[in-house]
Ligand binder design. Structure first.
Ligand code: SDX
Length: 444
């Protein structure tokens, strides 16, 4: 009688069969529990970029790539982006439910009153060139936070985990704004406790001491929505980096710095900057066919930035919300950006092209976000910093979920070994030309 709770693997070479438990998810795919595979078969599973591997249990975010579905703690991204606020979504990601009015007020107060950074931190910036990439600075200064909070590095202490989480969510906007100010040679602007999360960030970024600065409510709403859309996204590369780092019991500040480093990659969070630079290079819709041809040419490393996704084989629901926000923000700000028209034309043509359709390559979260950020006034070099600012809430929530899991163990994958078989040591005077020939061959 087939047992629906097990999965049997048969080794065709020996005819041996091995049963593995099936674990049911609360929603979406079940998993085959392979933890005893090596012990049972003396073989590893092989999935180098984890296309079919569930790395952990998590209750925070669910994605159905075929349906283009994204939800946080059961709430759809469309509902959250349309009806919630970033601070409320941060509470939801961290604690699992939407907060009551009292809980939201208390949480918002706690975050607000942690937005200042130690006065000494400003001296870290001075070590960087003014033209340093803002993500290089963010990797440095976020990691440096662990040098200031020795009172909250014990990950086994609930109170210290809590205050670390709040400090990171609260201080990332301050550090991101300082990074921007440093790059343009303007003085740092302190946070203000009378402003909302997004308003405070905009104020620290664009205010100058010489005159009062009034936050544009349209821009603040768009900023808040962009933060919601970037807050968390299941076990993506940077979140997996944070989990991997945290599994060795590294402190949360160091783990988030590792996540920032991973997010910077052009295939991941760095794509939003690349999209704007790509659109600027395309320049006019007449050149779209030339760039589509390059994207399809296997000999050309060029890819259509902002297109494709490891999980979404349908529209990325975040891209649809951002596309709509693009129109709203540009209209409200009275900005005519030809890059928006160009992006929409590029999307239209690409989605009629067999190469993109057959590979289910749709616009992802990065395709439209940059156009709004440019309209708000950010340079392209700051785009991934904003992604990191928002994703810190997801990273911290995923880190906390993992550290609080009694089953947490250090993440230590194995490998498929493809190196030399055992061989005897060769004395230096016996190595001769054969070693040089081998070296020049492998260098070629
Ligand atoms: C993010 O994981 C997440 O959740 C990430 C993220 C998050 O919120 O954390 O959603 C944020 O990182 C979004 C993705 C941003 N990156 C980009 O926009 C960069 C451009 N996209 C590609 O580099 C690519 O689509 C990836 C990296 C996003 C996904 O890579 P995969 O899953 O490894 O896909 P693949 O390389 O196996 O592609 C399958 C095929 C290949 O062609 P064939 O070998 O089948 O002929 O599709 C092609 C690829 O060459 N392809 C593209 C393409 N993306 C995939 N061809 C041209 N342009 C592209 N953008």
């Amino acid at each position: 009688m087939a047992d629906s709770k097990t999965f049997t693997l048969t080794n065709d070479a020996t005819g041996e069969s091995f049963k593995f438990p099936v674990i049911e998810g609360s929603y979406g795919p079940d998993v085959i529990d392979m933890r005893k595979l090596y012990e049972s078969t003396n073989m590893f599973s092989y999935d180098p970029s984890f296309t079919s591997t569930a790395s952990c249990p998590s209750a925070i975010t669910f994605i159905d790539g075929e349906k283009g579905q994204l939800m946080h703690r059961g709430y759809s991204i469309e509902d959250l982006a349309g009806k919630s606020s970033f601070i409320e979504v941060a509470y939801l990601l961290l604690y699992g439910d939407l907060p009551s009015e009292k809980q939201l007020k208390e949480f918002s107060h706690n975050i607000t009153y942690h937005t200042m950074v130690h006065e000494q931190l400003q001296f870290f910036f001075r070590g960087f060139r003014r033209d340093a990439h803002p993500m290089a600075i963010m990797c440095g200064v976020v990691g440096a936070l662990s040098a200031f909070y020795h009172d909250s590095l014990d990950i086994h202490d609930l109170a210290q985990r809590e205050i670390s989480a709040h400090r990171l969510i609260a201080k990332l906007p301050t550090l991101a704004a300082m990074t921007y100010k440093y790059s343009i040679g303007q003085p740092f602007v302190y946070p203000r406790n009378d402003l909302s999360y997004a308003e405070n960030f905009l104020h620290m970024t664009f205010a100058v001491p010489a005159e009062p600065y009034k936050v544009n409510p349209v821009v603040a709403k768009a900023m808040d929505r962009i933060f919601i859309l970037h807050a968390d996204h299941e076990q993506n590369a940077s979140t997996s980096t944070v989990r991997q780092s945290g599994s060795s019991m590294a402190n949360p500040f160091a783990c988030i710095a590792a996540g920032i480093a991973s997010l910077w990659g052009a295939s991941h969070g760095g794509a939003n900057q690349e999209v704007l630079e790509m659109l600027a290079e395309i320049g006019h819709k007449d050149r779209i066919p030339e760039f589509l041809a390059r994207a399809k040419d296997k000999n050309d490393p060029f890819r259509l930035m902002g297109f494709g996704h490891r999980v979404y084989k349908n529209h990325d629901p975040r891209a649809a919300v951002l596309k709509e926000s693009c129109h709203e923000v540009l209209e409200d700000l009275g900005i005519e950006d030809p890059l928006l028209e160009l992006a929409m034309e590029l999307e239209k043509i690409a989605l009629q092209d067999e190469y993109f359709v057959s590979r289910k390559l749709f616009p992802n979260v990065d395709f439209y976000s940059g156009i709004i950020l440019k309209a708000i006034g950010f340079p392209t070099s700051m785009f991934t910093v904003l992604f990191a600012l928002a994703r810190t809430t997801g990273w911290v929530s995923q880190w906390k979920e993992m550290v609080e899991d009694p089953g947490m163990r250090i993440c230590r994958p194995r490998q498929l070994y493809t190196g030399a078989e055992p061989r005897p040591y060769v004395a230096l005077d016996k190595r001769g030309a054969s070693t040089e020939r081998k070296a020049s061959k492998s260098a070629a």
